[in-house]
Structure formats: C-alpha cells, structure tokens
Write a protein that binds this ligand. Structure first.
Ligand code: CAA
Length: 259
C-alpha cells in the first residue's frame, strides 16, 4: 500500500514501525494521515508475523495536534455529520496487538491523544506533552479529557487542559503518563528492544493482557476482574501456556507458536 504522510517498515521481521511524516507541519494530523495510519495499523494487526507495532514521529515532533488549518473552516454541521475524529482516529482502538508510542518532541493536542491511544508511551528526554486546545477556543476531542485524568489524575489533567501549558518528559514520567524516559538518541533502540521482547511472547497472551488491562479503564472493578479471570482461565487452553510453563520447569527458553 502507498503512503504519503507516513513511512511504514518492518524491523527484525516482526515489529511494524510507523513513522508520521508531515515534517513541515510538525506532523499535524489531518484526515489523510489518520486514514493512512489506520490502514497501516490494521494491515500489521492482520499480519501473523507481526507481534507488536510502534508509532513514532520526528525528533522535533511526535505530532503537534490535529491539523488546525484543516479544522479552521469546519462548521458544527461538517464535524457532526461527518463524525470528525471518530471516523478514522478511532480505528486505533480496534487494534488488538500491542502498540507502543515512541515520543520525541511535541506531543500536543491530538498528538498527545494519539500517544495515549497507544498501549504505552516511551518518551525521549526532549518530549513535551500538552492539551493546548483551550487556546483555540475548543477542548480536546480525541479522548484527552477521558484518558488524561485516568493516566495522570484529575488535578494534572485539569491543569493541562485549562491552562494549555506543556509538561516535560520528567514531569510526564512522574505523573505516570509515560512508562519510561530515555535519551533522545536511544529512543528507537529502547523502544525496539521493548517491542522485540513483546514479540517473543505468545501473541495470544500479549493480546489477552492488552484486552484485560484496557478493561480497567472502561468498566467496574468487579467486571474487570471477572474479565481478567476468564481470560486467564482461557489461556490454559493454549499450547503456548504448556510451552511457557514447561520451558520454565525444564530451565530452557520458551518457543511460542501463537497457538
Ligand atoms: N496544525 C497545523 N499546522 C501546525 C500545527 C497544527 N496543529 N502545529 C504546527 N503547525 C505548523 C505551523 O503552522 C507552522 O507552519 P508554517 O511553517 O507554514 O507557518 C509549522 O507547523 C511549524 O510550526 P511553528 O512555526 O509554530 O513551530 P514552533 O517551533 O515555533 O512551535 C508549536 C511549535 C509550539 C508546537 C506550535 O507549532 C504550536 O503551538 N502548534 C499548535 C499546537 C496545538 O494547538 N495543538 C492542538 C491542535 S487542536 C487538536 O488537536 C484537537 C483535538 O483534540 C483532536
């Protein structure tokens, strides 16, 4: 498939890497880019050889938000009728394999929201996160008002969304938005190392872990625990569970077959 606004490559024959590529606009997210991103993620998700995906941007910007120039002329009728955001951004929610955001530079507005739609964020030390939509007379529209308070507390979410200020990588790590901060020149190396670890596990187990953890954000604790318990039980029906436990007991490295 041809892509203009993203670059797509496979690392080590098992990690699908998508690089956002609108450098002049600091990777501002327009419809074409989001359509291409959704299609690329879906293609990797359907490819049995791919165990994990990475979304990244440039050193200067992961993404500086939804494309303000494109949005400037939209009316309520345009965005409501055409289901702006939902129509293509939400595709990422249907991806079942793990997706890591490797963030350097600005991750603002929709860029921060895109990073939060990924399963976890590894940040370079120059990363800056924020929800500056308030400065434009709008509010976050790609899940920021919901995911941010779940990730970093109501207080910090309110602070960011109401003042529009940016948070640096150290503050983002302290607040729990990012799982780790690494030196800028080590961002891809560290992210790929994490992705490769994930690829070596059973895809059935990594998908089940992702699905179960996501339940923690969407329902009650008792429903989430029940979902987790049933997924845990179900994995005992897989050959990979037998392989993983036999390998441990016999002190050898497990070879998972995703079955
Ligand atoms: N949309 C469209 N174009 C953008 C953009 C965006 N979100 N962010 C940056 N650009 C463009 C700029 O217009 C500029 O283009 P020109 O060279 O043609 O003038 C180019 O990218 C470089 O930007 P700057 O000159 O502004 O670069 P800077 O280093 O001085 O500042 C910045 C960087 C602080 C990120 C600044 O560009 C900025 O504030 N960008 C907007 C951030 C923002 O408000 N994001 C939220 C968007 S709304 C949203 O995302 C809604 C939602 O929830 C879905």
């Amino acid at each position: 498939m041809n892509h203009e606004l993203i670059h797509v490559r496979v690392e080590a024959e098992k990690v699908g890497v998508i690089t956002l590529n609108r450098p002049k606009q600091l990777n501002a997210l327009n419809d074409q880019l989001m359509n291409e991103l959704g299609a690329a993620l879906k293609a990797f998700d359907a490819d049995a050889t791919i165990g994990c995906m990475v979304i990244t941007g440039s050193e200067k910007a992961f993404a500086a938000g939804a494309d303000i120039a494109a949005m400037a002329g939209y009316s309520f009728a345009d965005v409501y009728r055409d289901d702006y955001i939902t129509r293509n951004w939400e595709q990422i929610r249907s991806i079942r394999k793990p997706v890591i955001a490797a963030v350097s530079g600005f991750a603002l507005g929709g860029g921060c929201e895109l990073a939060m739609m990924c399963d976890f964020i590894i940040a370079a030390d120059n990363a800056r996160f924020g929800q500056p939509e308030i400065k434009l007379g709008i509010i976050p529209g790609a899940g920021g008002t919901q995911r941010l308070p779940r990730a970093i507390s109501k207080a910090k979410a309110m602070d960011l969304a109401l003042t529009g200020r940016m948070m640096d990588a150290a503050e983002a790590e302290r607040a729990g938005l990012v799982s780790r901060v690494v030196a800028l020149d080590k961002l891809m190396e560290e992210t790929l190392a994490a992705a490769l670890m994930i690829c070596d596990y059973s895809q059935l187990a990594t998908m089940a872990a992702k699905e179960s953890i996501n339940r923690a954000f969407e329902g009650t604790l008792s429903d989430g625990i029940m979902f987790e318990r049933r997924m845990f039980h179900a994995l005992f029906a897989t050959a990979d569970q037998k392989e993983g436990m036999d390998a441990f007991v016999n002190k050898r490295k497990a070879k998972f077959k995703n079955a």
